[in-house]
Structures are given as C-alpha cells and as structure tokens.
Design a protein around this ligand. Structure first.
Ligand code: OOG
Ligand code: NI
Length: 438
C-alpha cells in the first residue's frame, strides 16, 4: 500500500535490496553472523513505520489492535524535548521467536494538547477529534473477539488485517476546510497533520539495510531527494544502536472540505527512511553514547571542529571490549566444539572462560528500538532546567500509560532477559540437556 501511495519508497526498497546483496557478497562472514543471530531471514522484510494519534481513546484502542498481532508497547519517548507536541511508544514483538520471524515496529505518537497554549485552538481541535472514528465497527468487533477467544479464525484474521491496514492509508480529502487547515499548519505542522485528516496515515516506512553509507551515497543517483547527513552514531566496525537517513516528504494533493465542493491544496508529511541497526546498549553504554554525542554537539556549536569519528573515539569499537566493559548486550551460543564437549562439566564454567575456550560464542543483540530525540535529550540534560522538566514529564508519562491501558515495557529489561535466557540455554546445551545437574 505504501509503495503504491509513495512511489519513491518503492525506489528506496529496490536500492536497499541491491546494496544489501552487494554487501553480503563483499563480506563473506556476514551472512553466517546474521544467521547465527537469527537476523538473516528477517532482513529483507524488516521495517518500521510511524503514525500519530489524536486522542487517548485512539491510543488505547490502537494498543489493543497491536496486541492481537503480538505487538506490545516498548519504551516511552518524550518528543516535546525536540519541540514536537507528542509523546510516543513503539509497538513491537518482544520474544526471540517473534522477533526472528517478523520484527515490524510501529512508532506511535499521541498529540499533547496540554502543550497547546491557545485555549480556543485547543477546544477547536478537541471538538474535531471527538467526532472522528478511526476504527470501523467491524474492526472493533474483531478486536473484542480476539481478546475473548485468544485469537481469530483464518477468515476473521483476513478481515482484521484488511480493516487494520485501511486505518493507515492516505486520504486525499481533508476533514476540514482550507482556511482551518492553514490556521492549523501555522500553529504547528504536526498538529495539522494529525487533526485535519480522518485517520492516522503512515507518515513513513523504513527498511533496514546492512550499509547505510552506501544507500545514502546512491540515493541521489536514483532520484531520491535525500537529507544531507546520517543521524545517530558514526560508521563503525561494530555498529551500535541505530543510524538513519531519509528522503524528503512529498507534496501530496489534498481536497479540502468546503461549501463549493472543496478546494485543492497540498500536504507535505509522508516520506521514506532507511536505517542500519547495531548492538543494543546497556544503561552504561547508553550513558556513554549520550555523553559523547553531547560532546560532539558542543564541538559542532563551537566551530568547524565537528569530526563525528573523533567525538566517538572513546566508544570501544571491538566486540570483546563492548562485552567486557558491560556496554552492549550479548547473546551466548554454544559452538560446535562446545556441543562436542557436552556433558564434560563445562556447563558451570564462568561465561568468559567458555568464550575463551571456544566452547561458546557471544553475538551482539540487535537494537530493536528507536532514538528519535537522542540529540534533543542531550541538550536538555546539559541545561540547568532539567529538574524543572522532570515533574511534568513524569505526569505526561503517567497520562500516556493511562491512555494505553498498560505500562510500557522497559527495553533494557527485555534485552537483559534475552541475554540471560541465552546463557541458561547455553548451560543446558553444555550440560547435556535440560534436567541434567548444574
Ligand atoms: C516520529 C517518528 C520517529 C524514528 O525513526 O525515529 C521515527 C514522527 O512521527 O514524526 O520514526
Ligand atoms: Ni522512523
């Protein structure tokens, strides 16, 4: 659907497929590493998308919809620190098997009308949003049925998917007239994007690539209007977190509501993005990343000395250092040698001894989440006003979770659990199977 609606997105997908193919051919060990990490089969279908909702009720129902698909809210992102009047979570699968099969994530934002100072505008927006219904009655019935029965029959599942996809499609007809649209855009472009349409159209989709630098270089040649630089950490031997770039939003024709059959205009919101994912960082690794990013920002502010590679030189770029420094999460797997030595008493050895002896290997756990405001968050943490912000932000988070109907899951806890599970499996495998003495 999105490829049809936003044709350059199709161009981007084709480009990513070619770059990844070349990358796999050029780096012989890469395929094995991806396979061992359970990431090879999912690579070509891996995406994230983003939507923006208007009301607490929409967010609560969206949470139930994604739960039917096995996707749960992970993380809380306060985008007001980046000047956007929204806060967000990401709906995604959480267990190892589901992530290996289809890791699709939907970054989902909720408009914060408490940030709108213009009382009259706020009332007007609330009245418009109170009118709209983004979930069809049929879809609501199917969500309820899935909740009650713990699933749906195949035909119901088909209907569920069709109804759910329709929520995210583009509607070229605005729900408001042209002058209302213009007023809203003037107040805030993001507010207009949420409020002026009948539903939360996807604002972008993002494939994952193995070489974002190659994609960035080639975008221009393929007629894609790319932004000038890649966000996130610099290129490294051991990728960490998330690097992203995008092509700019299209101007799409819109018909506005109006007495004389409507007027034509344009709306610019929908784009395509691409990302390269690396290791998930522990709280300690993330703190170091944030510190170095802040230092880099300062260098950029201070003048031409903005070498991102140098700013990040203090972040170890070696898997063993990342592991021993407790900076990134790893999954531990038995090697062929380890399996051959099963039952010989190694299952209780210290983890590092197993790795050193070649009985186990450690693979970085891929970062499944987002970094939408790392830069802005760092600015804030450098300001004296940070304690000031903490109170209201906690309230906002509580309100967000009330709207969701559940607390968001803690991403660090999920990576930590995945790592611990792998260690338990490793010890079982080396001991000769579950139930053996340990
Ligand atoms: C926020 C999207 C955030 C990303 O990749 O960080 C996101 C928005 O809706 O503008 O998709
Ligand atoms: Ni994105």
């Amino acid at each position: 659907m999105y490829r049809h609606e936003v044709p350059p997105y199709g161009t981007l997908l084709d480009l990513v497929a070619r770059v990844d193919e070349r990358c796999l051919a050029a780096r012989p060990g890469l395929r094995d590493a991806l396979e061992a990490a359970g990431e090879f089969d999912r690579l070509a279908l891996e995406r994230h998308g983003a939507i923006r909702l208007g009301t607490a009720e929409e967010l609560g129902t969206m949470r139930r919809l994604f739960a039917v698909l096995g996707m749960f809210p992970v993380g809380y992102y306060d985008l007001t620190v980046a000047g956007l009047p929204v806060h967000s979570t990401a709906f995604r699968p959480v267990d190892d098997a589901a992530l290996a099969r289809q890791p699709f994530r939907m970054f989902t934002s909720l408009l914060r009308l408490d940030k709108q100072r213009d009382r009259a505008l706020r009332d007007e927006v609330e009245a418009i949003l109170a009118q709209r219904r983004i979930f069809s009655p049929r879809l609501l019935t199917l969500i309820e049925k899935a909740e009650l029965d713990g699933g749906l029959e195949p035909a119901e599942g088909e209907a569920f998917v069709a109804e759910a996809v329709a929520i995210f499609r583009w509607r070229g007809r605005a729900a408001v007239d042209a002058s209302t649209y213009r007023r809203f855009v003037q107040a805030d472009a993001l507010l207009a994007d949420v409020v002026c349409f009948e539903g939360p159209h996807l604002n972008h989709l993002t494939p994952r690539t193995l070489d974002i630098d190659a994609v960035q270089r080639a975008m221009g040649e393929h007629g894609l209007d790319a932004k000038t630089s890649i966000e996130g950490p610099p290129a490294r031997r051991c990728p960490i977190l998330l690097r992203q770039t995008s092509f700019k939003a299209l101007a799409e024709p819109v018909t506005f509501a109006g007495v004389q059959g409507g007027r034509e205009g344009q709306h610019r919101a929908r784009f395509g993005e691409v990302e390269q994912r690396g290791a998930a960082l522990t709280p300690r690794g993330r703190a170091l990343y944030d510190k170095l990013l802040a230092r880099h920002r300062q260098q950029v502010d201070e003048g031409p000395n903005d070498d991102v590679q140098r700013a990040f030189a203090d972040f170890p770029d070696d898997e063993r250092d990342l592991r021993l420094g407790g900076l990134a999460y790893f999954r531990y797997l038995p090697t062929a040698k380890g399996l051959a030595a099963r039952g010989l008493g190694h299952h209780a050895d210290p983890l590092e001894a197993l790795v050193d002896a070649g009985l186990a290997e450690a693979r970085p756990i891929v970062y499944e989440d987002f970094l939408p405001v790392s830069a802005a968050g760092i600015f804030r943490s450098n300001l004296d006003s940070a304690p000031d912000e903490a109170g209201p932000s906690d309230d906002a988070r509580a309100a967000f979770e009330r709207a969701l109907g559940v607390p968001v899951l803690d991403p660090f806890a999920l990576y930590d659990a995945a790592s611990r599970r792998s260690v338990a499996w490793l010890r079982d495998a080396l001991s000769g199977g579950p139930g053996s003495q340990s």
